[in-house]
Design a protein around this ligand. Structure first.
Ligand SMILES: Cc1cc2nc3c(=O)[nH]c(=O)nc-3n(C[C@H](O)[C@H](O)[C@H](O)COP(=O)(O)OP(=O)(O)OC[C@H]3O[C@@H](n4cnc5c(N)ncnc54)[C@H](O)[C@@H]3O)c2cc1C
Length: 415
């Protein structure tokens, strides 16, 4: 165990929520330490969506042009192919300006960029390989966290406020003994990739009886999400890799000649989907945001948006009190109050789609006809704009209200 050290705010978890709240707080003059358990951000199963609201955040921070220089791809419509035709679900070209498309960016670029921007402020520190295993308590209040480094050493980091943004399996939530209300999900996801060719069709989703494939364009390759019934992984595996490749090839025949690139089950990650929500997102000295407070289903690709919006709302509320040293329970309650309506509404929509569409797709007999809501939206271009707005901006978009310190000059400019 090493000697404890102290910051104003300790942020646990360098995902979208943690990285953004750490940047905004450091920029406002709060001493922040971001703890991330991995050595880097190079994991590919976090989702790649950059929503219009996240781009708006970059614009508000004056970072838009640098951000847009990072590798990304865009789509203007989301289309789904069923056994009876192609249907348009969302049309982003109906939204104004830069919002007129949906961006996809490998999340490691996004997180490297955000933490790189935060590192321009002397008030920011990122500790990688810092696996939070417990909270530090005294007098009924959380006073920081205990984390472990790969050599097995335990460290204590004390803070006036701990923000837990450590995702669906939050260690902070577990250490506090908080139990989420679980809503259930009918599916899990098999996540893998195959190479992409310019001539490939720009299809986003393919639905057929018992199966669904989502295709994310990552430039040189397709990131593929193959949806299976909840807890159905063992059955899929027992049927063998050839049967799996055959099933994917039937859904996307243009990829058939590249499916040998999936050489073993090690090339496929099984991601368990869950939807849950805490009743209270805070306790004295600690606030939970993003998936740690409310795990999102991948449906609609909006979980990252909610995580980023939570981060902005949290920073807006606690930055001032953290600088003056008097962050209260009331401040933390206000963050939850503000973010509860968008979270509840989005999870409700996800649960309806899970029950009405995905559960039917994954269990239904016979050829897969387009669900009624797909036909309905396909015939109504205006509604496709509404769906695009919901995906792009979500409900109750947040705006940065935190002040900005001047960043330290970068070495290049300092010279
Ligand atoms: C299969 C699947 C696909 C998805 N696809 C999309 C999509 O395309 N678009 C979209 O918007 N949403 C998608 N989502 C939802 C999205 O991934 C989440 O809603 C979003 O990542 C939540 O962000 P977060 O920052 O709260 O948590 P996370 O992204 O989970 O980040 C948590 C961070 O905390 C770190 N951490 C965890 N434990 C500790 C610890 N003990 N100590 C220190 N650090 C720790 C983790 O390493 C991670 O970096 C998908 C979800 C699933 C399951």
């Amino acid at each position: 165990m090493t000697e404890p050290d102290q910051v104003d705010c300790c942020v646990v978890g360098g995902g979208p929520a943690g990285a953004v709240v750490a940047l905004l707080l450091a920029r406002a003059g709060v001493q922040v330490c971001l703890l991330e358990k991995h050595a880097d951000f190079l994991r590919d199963f976090r989702g790649d969506t950059i929503h219009a609201s996240t781009l708006a955040l970059m614009t508000e921070l004056g970072l838009e042009s640098q951000f847009l220089a990072l590798p990304h791809s865009t789509v203007t419509t989301l289309t789904a192919l069923t056994d009876d035709g192609t249907y348009t679900l969302a049309d982003f070209s109906r939204l104004p300006g830069r919002s007129g498309s949906l961006m996809f960016m490998p999340q490691w670029h996004f997180l490297d960029f955000v933490t790189g921007q935060a590192a321009r402020y002397p008030t920011f520190e990122l500790r990688r390989n810092a696996d939070v295993v417990d909270v530090e308590r005294s007098d009924g209040r959380v006073r920081g966290v205990v984390y472990e480094t790969p050599d097995g050493t335990r460290h204590t980091l004390r803070s006036a406020l701990t923000i837990a943004a450590d995702g669906r399996h939050s260690a902070v939530r577990a250490a506090l003994g908080l139990r989420s209300h679980r809503f259930g999900a009918p599916m899990d996801v098999l996540w893998f990739r195959v190479s992409r060719r310019e001539s490939d069709p720009s299809l986003f989703a393919r639905l057929s009886t018992g199966r669904m494939l989502v295709l994310i364009d990552r430039g040189e390759y397709w990131q593929l999400a193959y949806l299976i019934r909840k807890d159905g992984y063992d059955r899929v595996r027992a049927q063998g890799l050839d049967a799996f490749r055959e099933s994917v090839g039937t859904l996307a025949p243009h990829l058939r000649d590249r499916l040998a690139e999936v050489r073993s089950w090690d090339d496929i990650a099984m991601l368990s989907v869950q939807v849950d929500r805490l009743r209270r997102w805070f306790r004295p000295g600690v606030l939970l945001i993003g998936d740690a407070a409310h795990a999102m289903s991948p449906i609609g690709g909006v979980g990252i948006n909610l995580a980023v919006q939570d981060a902005i709302a949290a920073a807006n509320r606690v930055a001032g009190p953290l600088v003056t040293g008097d962050v209260t329970q009331r401040d933390l309650a206000r963050v939850q109050l503000r973010r509860t309506p968008p979270t509840v509404l989005t999870q409700l929509l996800q649960r309806v789609l899970q029950r009405r569409v995905l559960a039917v797709v994954l269990t239904g007999p016979g050829p897969m006809k387009a669900p009624g809501f797909l036909r309905f939206i396909d015939r109504r271009p205006r509604l496709q704009g509404v769906v695009a707005r919901l995906v792009g901006f979500g409900v109750l978009p947040e705006h940065v209200r935190t002040p900005a310190l001047s960043p330290e000059p970068s070495p290049a400019r300092a010279g």
